[in-house]
Design a protein around this ligand. Structure first.
Ligand code: ADP
Ligand code: MG
Length: 266
């Protein structure tokens, strides 16, 4: 059975797409069968995976609207993970879904069809908490929250956690916090250290041990249409995402062994 992880935070520019793409590639390099879903109309995860969003059709839009089968829309990437591409069509899909029955469960229904084909399904969410993100949270077992270690990092986290609570009550009681991931971390920056300490104080062991450093190679890789381990496998960014993949795999094994989960921190 595939473990589905949504990468979400309604703040833009915190490293959601960078994390979704590079975690997908690192898990695939560890021989996991991975599907990455680009649920953001900006299509950044699609482009960063080396797939041209302008010609990707059918894509997530048709799949959500049940106009094309999922397997017809999925493409395989150079880094050996599968991708359900996304682009501006997703905005139209979101609008059309507004009046649909079971509008929050469309993605979940579709993913049930490929459940035995993948070990991990990652969903790159848009920077909103609207219907596309609700579809991701309804389908997901775990929520991975990238947090940029800078000013106002904590701002907005409480509305994200309120959304998680509402989703648990009404749509998906099994949704867990996979973890908060510190991104763009710069050890020389005192503020980063302060924010990091605050996060640990608030969220305890929900803060993942892996830390993603600020690394220019991570920012360059998308314009080459490559995940970091194809673009520069010895960079600090590449090493950090391999570490994150290891942590996610170890957590999964812990869950399989029946370790208790923490309650949602508030
Ligand atoms: P989001 O998907 O949350 O909007 P992105 O992953 O697109 O965020 O990241 C925002 C910008 O920051 C992008 O230009 C990306 O290349 C850059 N970036 C992301 N993570 C890092 C990092 N660890 N080091 C340097 N630049 C990064
Ligand atoms: Mg993004």
């Amino acid at each position: 059975m595939a473990r589905i992880i949504a990468v979400a935070n309604q703040k833009g520019g915190v490293g959601k797409t960078t994390t979704a793409v590079n975690l997908a590639a690192a898990l695939a390099a560890a021989k996991r069968r991975v599907l990455l879903i680009d649920l953001d109309p900006q299509g950044n995860a699609t482009m960063a995976s080396g797939v041209d969003k302008r010609v990707a059709k059918p894509n997530g839009c048709e799949v959500l609207l049940d106009e094309a089968p999922l397997h017809k829309a999925i493409v395989t990437t150079e880094a050996h993970y599968d991708l359900l591409p996304g682009n501006g069509d997703l905005t139209a899909a979101e609008l059309k879904l507004m009046d649909a029955i079971a509008r929050e469960s469309r993605l979940k229904e579709q993913l049930a069809k490929v459940d035995d084909k993948y070990d991990t399904i990652l969903i790159d969410c848009p920077p909103t908490l609207h219907l596309l993100t609700l579809n991701a949270l309804t389908a997901a077992h775990g929520l991975l929250i990238p947090v940029q270690c800078e000013y106002f990092a904590l701002e907005g986290l409480s509305s994200l956690l309120d959304t998680v609570k509402a989703v648990r009550q009404r749509l998906n009681p099994n949704l867990e916090i996979e973890g908060l991931l510190r991104t763009m971390y710069d050890v020389r920056n005192n503020l980063g250290n302060e924010v990091s300490a605050q996060l640990t104080q608030h969220f305890g062991d929900k803060v993942l041990r892996s830390i993603i450093p600020r690394n220019v190679r991570l920012a360059e890789a998308p314009s080459h249409g490559q995940p970091i381990h194809l673009y520069d496998r010895s960079s600090r960014g590449a090493i950090a995402y391999i570490g994150l993949a290891g942590e996610i795999i170890r957590r999964e094994r812990g869950m399989a062994a029946g370790q208790a989960h923490d309650a949602l921190p508030v």
